[in-house]
Write a protein that binds this ligand. Structure first.
Ligand code: BTN
Length: 334
């Protein structure tokens, strides 16, 4: 293992025990001047660390910023192959990066995360606001075998993973078909899945599941037009470090795809779980298609994850793409 630099050692002292460390003690242990220690402490403060300094006692870390870094994630996921984790300070979009990695033969289970995105993308050509320090922007790559039966359920699996993690934090999320996670009628997470195919064999050879979660925004941090439609985990009442929540979601996706192999063996029990958590099923919805909008009752999920609806004339159909709005959610009027 490479020897730590004195700066890394200083970081370990301050973050290790929550105790005071005097400038004198640190300067002796690290072999640098007290002035160098002081300058480094100030740099950490600028980076968001709250460090108290008390005469005759020294420095003490009060609060760490909510970082999204590879070391933090690796600490949360010790059992996971580090080479599969790509963490960036800034990307245009984690989905774009993951698709590039897919083209470069990156294996199933590759994960891309960014502290911020400059061109986060959402469904239907919309953008996904991705400011630094407050959200999780995560893309998970899998490589389906030809004919994998669970391919159309990827977005649903990701929705379930996020919902289970939020529930474990004491929240009550619901899934708005097909790709939004809702708390208190507002959106806390959006999911966008992209597929890549092999032109020669005309088969899907990669799938990138992009997950965006509002974690730490205060209400006024959202643009005004989103305040009635968006909510963060923190606004819903729970403060959680981003790296911890991201790691939890990754762990669940690993479990679905590698332990349970849901991609090749979809499980009816999971479909039932998805139905139970749905805030769409049982509601009157508007199905927005290319030929116009139609009212219908959402009655369940089809085996492939599509939404089963019944139109007023009694005809039933499965909606597998497009958009569905549910009355009373995300700021939609009655
Ligand atoms: C939506 O709500 O329409 C889907 C939003 C998906 C956003 C995530 S953030 C991580 C990944 N990278 C992107 O550019 N988009 C997805």
């Amino acid at each position: 293992m490479e020897k730590k630099t004195w700066r890394e050692e200083l970081f370990s002292f301050l973050t290790g025990d929550g105790d005071f460390h005097s400038g004198q003690e640190l300067s002796e242990r690290l072999g640098v001047s007290r002035n160098a220690v002081w300058k480094e402490v100030n740099l950490l403060r600028e980076a968001g660390f709250e460090i108290e300094s008390v005469t005759n006692r020294g420095y003490r870390l009060l609060k760490m910023p909510d970082l999204m870094t590879a070391p933090l994630l690796e600490r949360q996921l010790p059992e996971r192959d580090r080479a599969l984790l790509h963490v960036f300070e800034e990307l245009d979009s984690t989905n774009t990066k993951a698709l590039q990695l897919a083209l470069a033969e990156a294996p199933s289970g590759t994960v891309v995360l960014a502290d911020r995105q400059t061109r986060g993308s959402g469904r239907l050509g919309r953008s996904f606001a991705s400011p630094a320090g407050v959200g999780i922007y995560l893309s998970y790559l899998i490589r389906p075998e030809p004919g994998a039966k669970g391919l159309s359920l990827l977005t649903s699996y990701a929705g379930l993973a996020v919902s289970e993690e939020l529930e474990a934090l004491g929240l009550a999320p619901q899934i708005k078909w097909p790709n939004d996670i809702i708390i208190d009628k507002r959106k806390v997470c959006g999911i966008l899945t992209k597929l890549t195919s092999d032109a020669e064999t005309a088969t899907v050879n990669g799938a990138v599941i992009g997950i965006g979660i509002n974690v730490a925004e205060a209400r006024e941090d959202f643009p005004e037009e989103l305040r009635d439609k968006a909510i963060s985990v923190r606004e819903a009442g729970v403060s959680v470090p981003r790296a911890e929540l991201a790691a939890g979601v990754i762990r669940r996706l690993d479990e679905y795809f590698f332990e349970k192999d849901l991609l090749n063996h979809p499980d009816p029990a999971i479909l039932a779980e998805l139905e139970r958590r749905s805030c769409t099923i049982g509601k009157r919805v508007t199905v927005i298609g290319t030929l116009g909008s139609r009212e219908a009752d959402a009655i369940g999920l089809a085996e492939d994850g599509g939404l089963r609806v019944r139109y007023p004339d009694g005809a039933e159909a499965t909606v597998s793409s497009g958009e569905v709005s549910v009355r009373g959610l995300l700021g939609y009027a009655t």
